[in-house]
Write a protein that binds this ligand. Structure first.
Ligand code: RM4
Ligand code: MN
Ligand code: MN
Length: 396
């Protein structure tokens, strides 16, 4: 590794931030059942405590994503509590996630529901969430809709598209300068015939219809198997429409597995497109990196640490790519040499440098080891065990 490469890795690590979701610490499961963990967070205080711990160990997670109904069930009345928790745990509220899929009235959709009173109810929840977003000083309103239909002919696809455009436009009007609205897409599940915002093209059109502060959110698990996700990322960057990510990995569908556990090269390629773009633009792209995983078998905090460390490693590897050399090889159509620019970076072991970076930033050299030796897990297992034995939790 040359000194230039070393510097570029260290500065990449300095600017890399990844947001942890509050729901990543709570008990979750599959539609077949849940294996509850005695140490899982049972309330917002415990979620903040776990997230604060992961940040103190990794130095890369200063914000926590909040799900409005799960984390602020009393809405604006919960602001004071959440703000105090943020201060106490040394982390800030991150993206604000309205919940437009859980309530009974959403059986046939939220903003796309044929019943206008349900559409209004959904819009009202988004507007309430924007008020919460402002009170929490959160930059991003992150929208995912479960809307869709299960059988051909049962939904007016074009009409619903229009309802979505109208709803998003109205919500967008409530944003303040500097806020962003992120529109997430997903091809199927829970809807199995059509989903209203099914892919990046639809999300892009929706974001454009909503207004200038709306961007697209890419969740890795929300693609068909053969899709080239890094190309989608490159196109959204080129259009200045990439707002953020929900990172996870998968083998089959939206599996919500640990980032990089199945295909680390894909994550590397995504990070590469982002850093290559930043190199050309002369400044790093302003993107919200977030985790959206559901660890129903692994320990929640360990899984979070493993994810953050993996993300840092892959981001660091992408910072090793020599962009000038790559651009030249591409221009010459030197295929093998161009490809080797990526392979060389990907196969470099960046862990020693990462340890050095942690040492120099007064962070735990080995976050997992320090966590395991801290006694935190044993303590929360004792404290939360009883509550978790009876707790009924929602899917996330
Ligand atoms: C969805 C999607 C959303 C998340 C919900 C719980 O599949 O990934 O981002 O909020 O799950
Ligand atoms: Mn997601
Ligand atoms: Mn998902």
């Amino acid at each position: 590794m040359t000194p230039i490469q070393e510097r570029s890795v260290l500065s990449a690590l300095d600017r890399f931030r990844i947001e942890i979701p509050s729901w990543g610490f709570a008990n979750t499961g599959t539609r077949f059942g849940k294996f509850s963990q005695p140490a899982a967070a049972t309330n917002i205080d415990e979620k903040f405590s776990d997230a604060g711990l992961v940040h103190s160990l990794t130095g890369a997670c200063p914000t926590i994503a909040l799900h409005v109904l799960w984390d602020l069930p009393s809405g604006m009345n919960d602001i004071h509590r959440v703000t105090a928790l943020a201060a106490r745990n040394g982390i800030a509220p991150g993206s604000t996630n309205p919940n437009l899929f859980q309530d009974q009235e959403y059986k046939h959709g939220s903003l796309g529901n044929p019943d206008s009173s349900v559409r209004e109810h959904a819009l009202q929840h988004i507007l309430d969430s924007i008020e919460i977003q402002h009170a929490l000083k959160s930059r991003d309103l992150s929208l995912w809709f479960a809307d869709g239909s299960n059988y051909p002919g049962t939904a007016n696809i074009r009409q619903r598209k229009q309802w979505f455009e109208e709803g998003l436009r109205q919500a967008h009007r409530r944003l303040q300068p500097g806020d962003r609205m992120l529109v997430e897409y997903k091809p199927f599940e829970p809807a199995f015939y059509h989903t209203d915002i099914a892919d990046w093209g639809m999300a892009l059109l929706m974001a454009q219809a909503a207004g200038s502060q709306a961007k697209v959110l890419v969740d890795i698990g929300h693609h068909y198997q053969a899709q080239n996700i890094e190309q989608i990322v490159a196109w959204l960057l080129a259009e200045n429409m990439l707002g953020g990510f929900h990172f996870n990995d998968r083998r089959y569908a939206d599996d919500d597995l640990t980032l990089g556990s199945i295909d680390p090269y894909q994550v590397f390629r995504i990070f590469h497109e982002i850093q290559f773009f930043g190199w050309e633009a002369g400044e790093p792209a302003d993107i919200a990196y977030m985790i959206d995983q559901s660890h129903n078998l692994k320990g929640k905090i360990e899984a979070a640490i493993q994810t953050v460390v993996t993300a840092q490693e892959l981001f660091a590897k992408a910072a090793l790519v020599d962009h000038g050399a790559l651009a030249m090889k591409q221009a010459q159509a030197a295929l093998v040499d161009a490809e080797e620019c990526l392979r060389e970076a990907f196969s470099t072991d960046v862990r020693p440098l990462l340890r050095e970076w942690r040492r120099s930033r007064a962070l735990a050299e080995d976050p997992m080891k320090v966590f395991r030796e801290s006694g935190y897990l044993e303590r929360v297992t004792r404290e939360r065990g009883e509550r978790n034995a009876v707790a009924v939790t929602s899917y996330a």
